[in-house]
Write a protein that binds this ligand. Structure first.
Ligand SMILES: Nc1nc2c(ncn2[C@@H]2O[C@H](COP(=O)(O)OP(=O)(O)OP(=O)(O)O)[C@@H](O)[C@H]2O)c(=O)[nH]1
Ligand SMILES: [Mg+2]
Length: 297
């Protein structure tokens, strides 16, 4: 039996979370076209007759002096420290720049197995694929490179074969039906954040965080009472998030509500969703502690 913790590392928006969801056949980690969507280490667990791979989805590797970005980078570094192997994901539709070189330099020195996955092959030209392979042959010499499409679920079986072949022997760490170990509050806040981020454009998705101020779950009848705030940096963003006549916030609530119901079957959620402004949340230590706190349990 094989069992491994596999950190999923790569630049923002390469498709790390999409891949983890596709492999786990469940919505474990939120996704969006906006770079830097994932902010925490999120475990997605895959089990079959070969054993178990616990994927740690990480925030996209982004070099920046900003406190908030540094915290996200720390999450990825910690995931690298706590894993048995690495899945290094690239998006070859974008040329490798400093950020890519920085990641490949860091990963090339690791003694553990590192598998490289060139994602988005559904939209990649053969030339871009060749260029990416050429880059990796120099930057990651001797490492296996596979082509996949996380979105279209292609190349995934081959990737799993490769990952299991290098995974260490071990007993299952989680029950075979477990897909993730995130706590209820975190999962709900992430679902709301995804719907909020995907409903707006430009810089606003980066200004969003979600706070669950009340969460009461009654096991007896499955009722779950949630009060949540979508928090933004500016008043003008609040107007856009709420939308004309409250249209946008209504749509976010509806989409989040139906996903919460789907993910937690048998639960009867009541969701009270509001929008608030906190101009300095990215520099507020208490808020950051809340965002980067443990997400399991
Ligand atoms: N065409 C195509 N798009 C993809 C593929 N995989 C992911 N995407 C898209 O790429 C965007 C980013 O995907 P995510 O999974 O959120 O990327 P990520 O690497 O987790 O991003 P961060 O969390 O910001 O680091 C989304 O719009 C996805 O739908 C793929 O195989 N093909
Ligand atoms: Mg992500």
């Amino acid at each position: 039996m094989k069992c491994a913790v596999c950190a999923v590392i790569g630049r923002p928006s390469v498709g790390k979370s999409t891949l983890v969801n596709t492999i786990c056949e469940a919505k474990v980690s939120i996704t969006s076209p906006t770079p830097q969507t994932t902010r925490n280490a999120i475990r997605g667990i895959y089990t079959d007759s070969r054993g178990q791979i616990i994927f740690t989805d990480t925030p996209g590797w982004h070099i920046s002096d900003k406190n908030f970005n540094k915290k996200m980078q720390e999450v990825a570094v910690k995931a690298l420290e706590d894993c048995d192997m690495v899945l290094y994901m690239l998006d070859a539709t974008r040329a490798p720049g400093d950020e890519e070189r920085n990641i490949s330099y860091m990963l090339s020195g690791l003694s553990m197995p590192v598998i490289c996955a060139l994602n988005k092959r559904d939209i990649l030209s053969p030339q871009s694929m060749d260029q990416a392979r050429e880059y990796l042959s120099k930057a990651m010499p001797g490492r296996k490179v596979l082509e996949v499409s996380a979105l279209e679920d292609s190349g995934i079986d081959e990737l799993l074969i490769e990952l299991f072949s290098v995974a260490p022997e071990g007993e299952l760490l989680y029950d075979e039906n477990t897909r993730t170990d995130q706590n209820l509050e975190f999962r709900i806040s992430e679902i709301i954040r995804e719907k909020a981020m995907n409903s707006v454009r430009q810089e606003i998705p980066h200004a969003v965080y979600v706070e669950i101020s009340d969460l009461e779950y009654r096991k007896e009848d499955g009722k779950i009472w949630i009060r949540a705030f979508i928090i933004l940096e500016r008043e003008s963003q609040k107007g856009i998030m709420v939308g004309k006549g409250g249209e946008n916030i209504k749509n976010i609530r509806k989409a989040a509500f139906s996903e919460i119901k789907r993910i937690f079957p048998g639960m009867k959620p009541e969701l009270d969703l509001r929008v608030r402004v906190n101009p300095k949340w990215k520099n507020d230590d208490r808020t950051l502690r809340g965002i980067f706190k443990e997400t399991t349990g």
